[in-house]
Every structure is written in C-alpha cells, then in structure tokens.
Design a protein around this ligand. Structure first.
Ligand SMILES: [Zn+2]
Ligand SMILES: [Zn+2]
Length: 369
C-alpha cells in the first residue's frame, strides 16, 4: 500500500483512522499498519518485560528501566520524521509526537492523547489510560515507563536534544488519567548521580558497557569489573611480605585515600552538601556490589558513627576465618566520611561476618590530632 502526504494529513485532521490502512496476511505471517510492518502488542509481553526488570530491581526502578528500553524504540521514529519532511510536512515536535501516538494508540496502545501544553522547552500530554497502566494496575504506582521512554526517544530523535519525562498522574496510581510532563534538560553528571541517590534511578541505567571494545563507563566515568578474589589475593600477598597486622594497615590506608578521592571527584562535579556526598558514595559503592548498607547511626554524646553492613566484599571473599577481615571497607568508609565532612576520623571494625557475626559493624570516631 502506498501511503502519501494526504493520508497523514487526513489522519492528523481526524478525517480518517488507521482501519483502511491495516493489511493482515495470516498465511504469510505479516501484518502492516499504515505501510509499516508491525505485530500485535500482547499484554503478556509487556508484563514480562516489567517483571524481568523487577526481578533485579524494585518496582519504581523497573519502571525506569522500561523507560530506558522504550527510549530506543522512540528514537526509531526518526525514519517517519524524515519521510514526512520529504513530503514537505514540517510538523512541530509536539505535533509529530501526537501523530506517532495516534498511529500507535489506534493499534491498541490505549486511549487517545491530548496535548495540554507546548512550549520550546516543555510539553504536557494527557490520556484517559495507557496500555501499560491497565496491565500493571496492581502495582498501584505510576507505571507508564513505555510511554515515558517513547516520549523521550521521539523528542530526542526530532530535536536532537535531551528530554526528561515525568509521569505526574497515572491511572495505575488511582488518578483519573495518565499525565506526562516533558522537559528539555541537559542531563549532567550531577543530575544523574542525584537520581541514583534519591532512588529514582539505579546505576544500571547509566552503565555504558562495550564488551567488544573492552570499555565500561558509569555516568561517563571509566570503571572496571574486578573479580572479588582480588581482595583475598592482595591481602595474602601483602601478608607474605610484611605480616598480617601491617598488611591490614596498608589496605586500610589505601582504601581510605580512595574513599576520599572519590568524594573529591563528586565535589568537582558540583556536589557540595556533606550528607549528600557521603550518601552518594555509600549508594554508589553499594550498587557496585561492595556491600549493602543495613543502617547508619549517630551517637551525639559519644560523637560516634556506627555503620552496619551486610555482605561486605571482603567478608564474602574470605568466608569464615574467625577474625575481622574488612580493613579495606573500614578504610573506605573512613575516607568517605573524611572527604565529605572535611574532618579527620578513624574507622574500626567491631563485628565481622568472617568472625561469625551477623553483620560487619564499623565505628567511625573523630581523630584527635
Ligand atoms: Zn500511567
Ligand atoms: Zn567484616
């Protein structure tokens, strides 16, 4: 079927819908709508995608992961945009967005969209319900990651700029509609890192892994994946040359410097608030697999901070040894606190999984010069 400019114009004006443009050939296993080969979008497929992400993340982060996936789908609309340009149709980004959604929604992706507001840097869209809001109703929260991603991808494809979409209301959250606010933003390092600390994103959203090229970046910073036994191997080799206690001290010192330098890096990126700096470091190391933060307490009378961790990298690597093993982690924690608050501290591990305790517990105290 040949689709021309007049067909798009009739669809935009609402004089026609997609029905006459549906071509279904069950024998050949092909289905095309408006000249584009497509397939149905079964509920179970969408549900499976959400649940796949939910298996490793929480629900909120799973929605964000779906958003990232569908951003790529939205980017694919550049083909249609160029075709329309060739026809001499010069649609504004918001108009193009509405056209894409008209094509999609008439194929079963939910109720029609309404353009509530449009300006150079902000677009607001609303719909009675989306497809995914119906499927994931029992999540009882804003779930429309498919649409958020689509919107961001389409806007990026046609404007060449970055857009950030927020779902302000969602049918799955008990609201009367799904409403999307789309802002043109420059997603800085700071913006992304803060999203991780607030729990709006997980670091996985910002990992750019190119295994074939041998590179990994985490929010534009190069990182590497290390096997956990690095910790046992390094400790054992230090022990051989200098004995156990000095080896612990060297590790403590080295990781303390690393923690402090890490915080310095955050400062260079524009983070200044001490609590945010330390929260950021804890969140990043935790999400990178170093430990899980169980709790962090502050004793005002003693001026002491107690940090309780689950599965530290060393206690997992060493297993049960009957003694404290987390020198690197103790140093790292102390370095993070020093860098964040601009003070001198000492970190001590008082309980350790490797000694048979339930958690590894660290006490951070002020160091008198
Ligand atoms: Zn929604
Ligand atoms: Zn430990």
């Amino acid at each position: 079927m040949k689709i021309g400019r007049e067909d798009f114009e009739a669809l935009i004006k609402g004089e026609k819908d997609i029905t006459p443009y549906i071509e279904l050939d069950p024998g050949a296993g092909s289905y095309s709508v408006f000249g584009v080969k497509t397939a149905s979008n079964p509920n179970y497929l969408i549900k499976a995608i959400y649940e796949m992400y939910e298996a490793n993340l929480n629900k909120k982060l799973a929605v964000k992961a779906v958003r990232k996936l569908f951003r790529s789908v939205g980017m694919g609309s550049s083909g249609l945009y160029n075709l329309l340009k060739k026809f001499g149709m010069d649609l504004k980004p918001a108009e193009f967005l509405m056209l894409v959604f008209k094509l999609q929604h008439q194929q079963g992706w939910g109720a029609p969209f309404e353009l509530v507001e449009q300006s150079e840097k902000r677009i607001i869209l609303r719909t009675k319900h989306t497809f995914e809001a119906e499927i994931l109703k029992e999540w009882k929260m804003p779930v429309c990651g498919v649409h958020m991603g689509w919107i961001e991808g389409i806007m990026m494809a046609v404007t060449g700029k970055n857009w950030y979409c927020l779902e302000r209301k969602c049918v799955a959250n008990g609201d009367d509609c799904c409403e999307f606010v789309v802002d043109q933003v420059d997603p800085s390092w700071k913006f992304k890192a803060q999203a991780v600390v607030k729990g709006d994103s997980a670091i996985t959203e910002f990992i750019e892994h190119k295994p074939v090229e041998g590179t990994i970046k985490l929010i534009d910073d190069p990182v590497v994946i290390m096997p956990r036994f690095v910790f046992t191997s390094m400790m054992n080799s230090l022990k051989k040359t200098m004995g156990e206690m000095p080896a612990g001290g060297v590790n403590y010192r080295a990781y303390m410097d690393m923690g402090r330098e890490n915080v310095e890096h955050y400062k260079k990126m524009g983070i200044t608030q001490p609590n945010t700096l330390s929260d950021m470091a804890f969140t990043f190391y935790s999400q990178m697999g170093w430990f899980h933060l169980v709790k962090s307490e502050w004793n005002e009378a003693k001026k002491e901070k107690t940090i309780t961790l689950e599965h530290t990298v060393e206690s997992e690597a060493f297993g049960n040894t009957g003694k404290n093993v987390c020198y690197c982690t103790a140093g790292l924690l102390a370095g993070i606190i020093e860098g964040s608050f601009g003070i001198k501290v000492q970190g001590r591990e008082i309980k350790c999984r490797s000694k048979g305790d339930e958690y590894c517990v660290f006490i951070i105290t002020n160091k008198s010069e």
